[in-house]
Design a protein around this ligand. Structure first.
Ligand code: ATP
Ligand code: MG
Length: 183
């Protein structure tokens, strides 16, 4: 499933509504230091269910909310929406009734995150499994952070297997098996 659009509102430096259209082919994001290139990639990872505030370069998850600048007050919430092209109808059955899948994550100060898929409130787990089945997600090897190549070279074999399983698209099965074992 292709990501076609990303919409940000109050996420980090993107205080005003911002929409990024991702056309077919290669997309480059360029701009001076501090203009928000890394913030964009973090928004992508965040809406896919990232739970680690550290990997968002934030001391707490609330710090992804616009924190204000001189003349602009801080915001009380942040929202990121990702649009996926589902014309090939590859989404899990419960979300597979439209050509576009719209996934939204919203955070309110001191109140945590909520997720919606196609406007319907869902659990974080639904979002996680949706992306794992599509062989991508917040921890996808397709999203390469600075320093990550070095980590991969030094990783233990079990950690490297996890990366291969993610790439093969079977990580969603692990999540389901883990839950089945807990029941
Ligand atoms: P570089 O080229 O140096 O890698 P970049 O384009 O990747 O830069 P980012 O790291 O994405 O830039 O953006 C950093 C900017 O985002 C900083 O100016 C920082 O103040 C701002 N920023 C981060 N979090 C917030 C927040 N919660 N509220 C407002 N601004 C924020
Ligand atoms: Mg950067």
């Amino acid at each position: 499933m292709k990501i076609t659009r990303l919409r940000l509102l109050g996420f980090k430096s993107f205080v005003d509504p911002t929409e990024l259209v991702i056309e077919p082919g290669l997309t480059g994001v360029v701009g001076p230091n501090g203009c928000g290139k890394s913030n964009l990639l973090e928004a992508l990872r965040w809406v896919m269910g990232e739970t680690s505030h550290k990997s968002m370069r934030a001391a707490a998850m609330d710090d992804v909310i616009f924190s204000g600048t001189t003349g602009r007050p801080e915001r009380q919430s942040a929202e990121v929406t990702m649009f996926l092209d589902n014309s090939a109808r590859r989404a899990p059955a419960e979300f597979n009734d439209s050509d576009t899948i719209e996934i939204t994550r919203r955070i309110e100060r001191d109140a945590g995150s909520a997720y919606r898929i196609n406007g319907r409130e869902v659990r974080a787990r639904d979002v996680k499994v949706l992306f794992e089945d599509a062989a991508t997600g917040a921890r996808s090897p397709a999203l390469v952070r600075q320093g990550q190549i070095g980590e991969l070279v030094n990783a233990k074999p079990e950690q490297r297997r996890r990366i291969l399983e993610d790439a093969a698209g079977i990580a969603g099965l692990h999540t389901r098996r883990h839950e089945a074992e807990l029941r």
